[in-house]
Design a protein around this ligand. Structure first.
Ligand SMILES: [Zn+2]
Length: 447
C-alpha cells in the first residue's frame, strides 16, 4: 500500500482524485473526483482565519458535474455561493440533514458578507432547486452520465455527516469527510463496516488531530462542567460559553440536560443566545432517527435532551442585551465560538471585568482570535481588544476539552484499518505535522 501526505493529485484506473482545498491545512475542504465518466466535486468549502489569505475559488471546481456534501460546516460548504456565481448548474447531493444545515450556514454567510436581499433570495432558491437528498447506506446511481454508484456512510461528526464511497466499473474510492469521535453524545459512531468483495483504489482521509490523542473522555465532561457550575453558583456569577452553533452547542445542551435531569444541577437558568444555534438545534430535533441508541433511549423515557427546566431560547437581540443585567447564576451560550463576532462579544464586554464571571471555552481558539487573547490575558492579567474597546479580564477562564467533534489519531487509524484492501491512502484537512503523525499510525498498523 502507498501512503501520501500533502499530495494534491492521485491517479485512478479511470480518472483521478484532485484535492483542491484543505491540502496542507484544516479549512476549505474541496476535492474533485474524476471517475465513471464524470467529475464529482466533494465539498465546496471556504478557508477561514489565516488560511483564507490569498485564497481564490479554484477553476477546476467549477468544471464539475455534481456536488456531494459530506456535512454542513462552513469550511465544507461556504464556497457554494462562488460556484453559483460561476453559473454552475448541477445537482447538490447529501443527507437531508446535511442539506438543511448547509442552508442555514449559507444563509447566515450571505448576511455576514453583506449580500443584497435580492441576491440572497435568488441564490437560496437556486440552492433549494439543486439539492437532492440521499439516505445513508443506499447506493444511488442518479447522477446524470455517471457510470457508477455513490453511497453515504455515517461519519459521526455532526448530524447528517457522511463519508462518501464512489464505485465505478474500474475504480473504488472512499473519502472520509470529517470523522467524529466514537461515543460522542447524540451521534452514531463513524461507520466501520465495509464491503470486502473488491479492493479500494484510493482512500482520502481527514487528519485534523492525526498526531494527537484526546485526553478527556466524553464521560469526564459532565464532572468538569459541574465543577464550573458549582463555583458560578457560589459567586452568583454568569458563565459565558462562546459556542460554535453547529454540533458543539447541541452536545453541550445534551450534557446540561443530563446534569439537570439527574438533579445534580438545580436553579441555573441556561440561555441559548444564538439564533443559528437555535435553528440548528431545531434541525437536530427534526432528525431524531439519526441519533444514537443512548439518545433514542432518552426520548423513549420521555426526556428530550434539548428541553429541560430553566432552558431559554433567546431569539431577539434586545433580549440578549438584558441577560447581562439579570443577577447570576446564569449560563449563556452565545456565538461566535472564537469570540470574533456575534452576540458573545457584548456579553464579554459587560462581564469580563467582573471577577464573579466564568468564561468557559468549549473549542479550540485559533491564534490571533479574541478567544485566544482572553485565554492569555487570564494568565498575564491583561486585557483584550473587543469591538473597539479595551476590556480588562478579571473573569475566571476555563476550558472544557472533550467536546471535540473530530476523532483523534488512534480513532482515525482504527477507522482506516476497518477498510479492507486499500491500495493507496492520502491525507488532507490537517496541517503537515498532523498528516505525518497519522501516516505513522496507519503505517504502524500494517507491519
Ligand atoms: Zn466539520
Amino acid at each position: 500500500m502507498e501512503i501520501f501526505t500533502e499530495t494534491e493529485c492521485h491517479p485512478l484506473p479511470d480518472g483521478e482524485v484532485r484535492v483542491l482545498g484543505a491540502v496542507r491545512c484544516v479549512t476549505g475542504a474541496m476535492t474533485r473526483v474524476e471517475m465513471g465518466g464524470r467529475k464529482l466535486l466533494i465539498d465546496c468549502g471556504k478557508p477561514q482565519g489565516n488560511e483564507a489569505r490569498g485564497w481564490s475559488f479554484p477553476q477546476e471546481a467549477a468544471d464539475s458535474d455534481a456536488l456531494i456534501l459530506t456535512h454542513g460546516h462552513f469550511d465544507h460548504v461556504g464556497a457554494i455561493g462562488d460556484l453559483w456565481k460561476k453559473d454552475w448548474t448541477g445537482p447538490i447531493l447529501g443527507t437531508r440533514a446535511t442539506l438543511d444545515i448547509a442552508r442555514i450556514v449559507l444563509e447566515d454567510s450571505c448576511h455576514l458578507t453583506h449580500w443584497s436581499p435580492k441576491d440572497t433570495k435568488i441564490f437560496l432558491e437556486w440552492y433549494d432547486s439543486s439539492t437532492k437528498a440521499l439516505r445513508y447506506d443506499h447506493p444511488d446511481a442518479r447522477i446524470d452520465g455517471f457510470d457508477g454508484t455513490l453511497v453515504l456512510r455515517e461519519a459521526g461528526h455532526i448530524l447528517g455527516s457522511a463519508s462518501v464511497e464512489l464505485v465505478s466499473p474500474l475504480s473504488r474510492v472512499i473519502l472520509s469527510g470529517d470523522l467524529g469521535r466514537p461515543e460522542t453524545p447524540i451521534l452514531r459512531d463513524p461507520n466501520r463496516t465495509w464491503d470486502d468483495s473488491r479492493p479500494v483504489d484510493f482512500v482520502l482521509m481527514e487528519s485534523t488531530y492525526g498526531n494527537r490523542v484526546h485526553e478527556t473522555e466524553p464521560e469526564e465532561v459532565e464532572a468538569k462542567l459541574l465543577e464550573v457550575i458549582r463555583w458560578a453558583q457560589e459567586q452568583r456569577g454568569h458563565i459565558i460559553v462562546p459556542a460554535f452553533a453547529i454540533g458543539r452547542t447541541q452536545t453541550l445542551l445534551y450534557h446540561l440536560n443530563a446534569l439537570v435531569e439527574s438533579g445534580r444541577v438545580d436553579g441555573l437558568p441556561v440561555a441559548v443566545d444564538t439564533p443559528m444555534g437555535l435553528n440548528v438545534t431545531a434541525t437536530y430535533q427534526r432528525f431524531k432517527p439519526l441519533f444514537d441508541r443512548e439518545a433514542l433511549e432518552l426520548y423513549a423515557h420521555g426526556d428530550d435532551p434539548f428541553v429541560f427546566e430553566d432552558l431559554y431560547a433567546v431569539n431577539r437581540g434586545r433580549d440578549s442585551a438584558k441577560l447581562d443585567d439579570v443577577e447570576g447564576p446564569m449560563l449563556i451560550i452565545a456565538g461566535s465560538g472564537m469570540c470574533t463576532g456575534g452576540r458573545v462579544v457584548r456579553h464579554l464586554q459587560e462581564l469580563l471585568p467582573d471577577p464573579r464571571t466564568t468564561v468557559l471555552f468549549v473549542g479550540y481558539q485559533a491564534d490571533g482570535t479574541p478567544g485566544r487573547r482572553i485565554q492569555e490575558a487570564a494568565k498575564d492579567g491583561g486585557s483584550v481588544w473587543l469591538s473597539g474597546e479595551d476590556v480588562v479580564v478579571k473573569a475566571k477562564i476555563e476550558t472544557l476539552s472533550g467536546l471535540s467533534a473530530h476523532a483523534d489519531g488512534p480513532s482515525l487509524a482504527a477507522w482506516f484499518k476497518s477498510i479492507p484492501g486499500v491500495k493507496r491512502v492520502g491525507f488532507h484537512h490537517g496541517d503537515p505535522e498532523a498528516q505525518r503523525g497519522l501516516a505513522e499510525l496507519v503505517r504502524g498498523g500494517l507491519s
